[in-house]
Design a protein around this ligand. Structure first.
Ligand SMILES: [Cu+2]
Length: 318
């Protein structure tokens, strides 16, 4: 496994997609134009402050009214510069918006506080986006709860991820390696932990990865073991402990078979159906003392993964 790529310049992270060089060229154009005008304006302010400082008591003169050549220069040149920035930026914006037809599609679902990545081949992963190099990839994104923003700095792509609506993003990775992936929209308490990795593989390695992950539970001996694997792979541990300590959600230790008190004062028996319902429709029965922050795992967890989780939770009560 490769480590995170740390090459790149002082100002920008490494370039990992076909868009990166173009975005950076525009960035540096705007940057150097800004540096030039900053130096020019501040330089002239300092120069004039010294040169025209009032010394003694000079006689008053009538000031200049205007200078037509100067006014034309300071109007026309900045106008041309901002029009270049607009035209250049618009061209790149259109390229980012128009998805290539032959793109490989991947579904991304954001939730507080993780990324569920779902492949057409039935593979699901959390916080790990695996893509082939040299092939356009289109992400079809939506959120289960609040507004998030999907951001891969090295690919120079970012797009809001909204509840009740799909948004898209595309890129074509240009080199094999690992790149950070983050949420760039403040989305709650653990927003800063909502990050993952983009792993760019060769076409061959990518096919292998897909087939290896098509069924996570295939090579496992017991269902409990599978449940533990799902617990770790899908980050259930970020809210539910298995050692009895408190978290954002109830611990799974000793949970099965007990009576849970709900926020409306009623009680419910923790059995297979209750666990299944809590995974697929978590807001229907909120345990007293907890916030309704969990959103559904419908579509993220296959039915056999839920079976495995139930077996695992049961094993934690023995
Ligand atoms: Cu987020």
């Amino acid at each position: 496994m490769q480590s995170i790529d740390t090459t790149g310049t002082f100002l920008l992270p490494p370039q990992g997609s076909t868009m990166a060089a173009d975005v950076d060229a525009l960035f540096y154009f705007i940057y150097y134009v800004s540096v030039f005008f900053f130096a020019l304006i501040v330089g002239l302010i300092i120069l004039f402050t010294i040169k025209y400082k009032r010394r003694g008591k000079p006689g008053l003169t009538s000031g200049p009214t205007h200078s037509r050549p100067l006014e034309i220069i300071w109007t026309v040149i900045p106008t041309i510069l901002v029009l270049i920035m607009f035209g250049w930026g618009f061209k790149d914006f259109i390229r980012l918006q128009v998805m290539p037809h032959e793109s490989y599609e991947i579904n991304v679902t954001a939730r507080q506080w993780q990324w569920d990545i779902i492949y057409a081949e039935g593979v699901t992963s959390v916080n790990e986006l695996v893509v082939p190099v040299g092939r356009p990839v289109k992400l079809l994104m939506s959120s289960r709860d609040v507004i998030h923003s999907f951001y891969i700095p090295s690919f120079r792509v970012k797009m809001d991820v909204l509840p009740n609506r799909y948004t898209n993003l595309w890129f074509e990775a240009t080199r094999v390696g690992e790149f950070p992936l983050t949420c760039s929209e403040y989305c709650g308490q653990q927003h800063s932990l909502m990050r993952g990795t983009v792993r760019v593989l060769t076409e061959e390695d990518f096919e292998t990865w897909i087939s290896e992950n098509a069924n996570l539970l295939e090579n496992l001996v017991t269902l409990e073991e599978g449940g533990e694997l799902i617990y770790n792979k899908f980050l259930c541990y970020s809210c539910h402990s298995v050692d009895g300590t408190a978290g954002n959600g109830p611990t799974w230790r000793g949970l099965f078979g007990t009576m849970e008190r709900l926020e409306d004062g009623s009680e419910v028996l923790v059995d297979e159906n209750y666990i299944r319902e809590s995974i697929l429709n978590p807001k229907s029965k909120i345990v007293a003392g907890y916030q309704p922050i969990m959103s559904t795992y419908q579509g993220t967890l296959k039915p056999e993964y839920i079976d495995a989780i139930i077996a695992y939770i049961k094993s934690l009560s023995n």
